[in-house]
Design a protein around this ligand. Structure first.
Ligand code: AMP
Ligand code: MG
Length: 407
């Protein structure tokens, strides 16, 4: 049997970051930069006020106090987006709003709170030091310097910076197009009433969602019946729009395991047993003239999900250009005992919480590979190594954090 790490390494070596493309910033959100972004201009690009108030000469208001305010003539008014037409000079102030360019002649801003807010003449009740409440050009970013490096993930924060320094588009690694094909005679589309023996095709919906959450553009194909010609035809149709194909079902030892039957004949996909639970039967290889990578996942829902997390999500992240393609892993105190199979890495479904300042993992009761309810409640996977056969309450375990939204 192949180890989990070995299978993942073989799959990861078969993919590389997709050729960069240029995208408008909003479409590039979530993607990884394939170029350095350099500032076309400084930030701020001009000296401006950090407060609503009055642009003044600091020397004019040096003696100001509540008991003996200094009175200045208000000779102009500058909202953000405008420039003053007058100058500040001794005895003259200009009313100014946050973000408006500092008028010529001024060397400080007095916040409106320290004044009577006059519009013709203003009484100022406290002094300010020269340079106060002025945001200087270039104090944030110097023109011509790189502000975002190759490999940066475009988040709300970094995309704001790219925009502020002059960009509308950036070069990024595109989102991989992932096609999910579910197989099985027993599968029906979501919402279709079931005859006895049929089940809803939950895997394709789950895997498309998981692929999208990983950053891919994912499509659902199928369900395809366990028929070799139908499966071949679907693969042929779908390959043209795929950077990665995922199949679900039909890879075990059963008589109708069509995925394995069809792809074994072609010879470019390897079917192996991986020493893990759930998810032992795995297949990985390439298909078609373009050698599109394909991962064939087992059909049991929990097996399919765990296989996606452990083997497929890293492929999507690598194609997107992420340097670290793995989920965050933490150490957590396990709150209940459970058994683990000898010789296999177990991925047990747990709820990960922070209690009293430390991570704790609450195992979901039943760990069968068909237990979708437990999978849905879990938000983390405990990783139990092959040589460990029992976890006791209080043991420290390794947990893959799948991320969660607080209810
Ligand atoms: P298989 O890997 O095809 O032998 O399927 C193993 C188990 O997973 C069977 O109980 C199937 O009914 C179930 N299964 C297979 N495909 C899906 C699917 N797309 N959605 C939900 N369950 C599935
Ligand atoms: Mg099947």
């Amino acid at each position: 049997m192949r180890s989990v790490d070995e299978h993942r390494r073989i799959a990861l070596e078969a993919v590389s970051p997709l050729e960069p493309i240029t995208l408008p910033l909003l479409d590039a959100a979530g993607c990884v930069l394939a170029e350095d972004v350099t500032a076309a201009w400084p930030l701020p690009s001009f000296d401006n006020s950090s407060m609503d108030g009055y642009a003044v000469l600091a020397a004019d208001v040096a003696t100001a106090s509540a008991d003996s305010p200094v009175e200045l003539a208000v000779v102009d008014d500058v909202p953000a987006g405008y420039r003053a037409t007058e100058r500040v000079s001794p005895g003259r102030a200009i009313r100014i709003m946050t973000g408006a360019p500092l008028p010529d002649g001024a060397d400080a801003v007095v916040p409106v709170e320290a004044t009577d807010a006059g519009t013709q003449r203003v009484r100022i009740a406290s002094p300010v030091a020269a340079g106060s409440y002025i945001r200087r050009a270039g104090e944030d970013v110097v023109a011509g310097t790189p502000v975002l490096e190759v490999g940066t993930v475009l988040t709300a924060r970094s995309i704001a910076l790219a925009t502020a320094v002059g960009r509308a588009e950036v070069r990024v690694h595109p989102r991989p197009r992932v096609v999910v094909i579910s197989t099985g005679n027993e599968l029906v589309d979501p919402g279709v009433p079931l005859r006895h023996g049929l089940i809803a095709d939950s895997n394709s919906v789950m895997l498309v969602t998981a692929a999208r959450e990983a950053g891919a553009t994912a499509y659902r194909a199928g369900p395809v019946p366990d028929d070799e010609d139908r499966l071949m035809a679907t693969l042929d149709d779908q390959l043209v729009r795929a950077d990665l194909v995922i199949t679900s079902g039909g890879v075990s030892m059963g008589a109708y395991d069509t995925v394995k039957a069809v792809l074994s004949r072609i010879g470019t996909v390897e079917f192996v047993k991986v020493a893990m639970q759930p998810g032992m039967p795995q297949g990985f290889g390439v298909l078609g003239d373009d050698a599109v990578p394909i991962a064939t996942l087992p059909g049991n829902p929990v097996s399919a999900y765990v296989s996606f997390e452990i083997f497929v999500r890293p492929l999507i992240r690598r194609m997107m250009g992420f340097r670290d393609v793995h989920r965050p892993v933490v150490s957590a105190v396990c709150t209940a005992p459970f058994d683990s199979p000898a010789g296999k890495t177990q991925f047990a479904r747990v709820q990960l919480r922070v209690e009293d300042g430390r991570y704790v993992a609450h195992p979901e009761g039943a760990q069968g590979s068909h237990i979708l309810g437990g999978l849905a409640r879990a938000d983390a996977l405990a990783v139990v190594p092959p040589e460990v056969t029992r976890i006791e309450a209080g043991d420290l375990i390794t947990v893959i954090d799948l991320g969660r939204d607080a209810p």
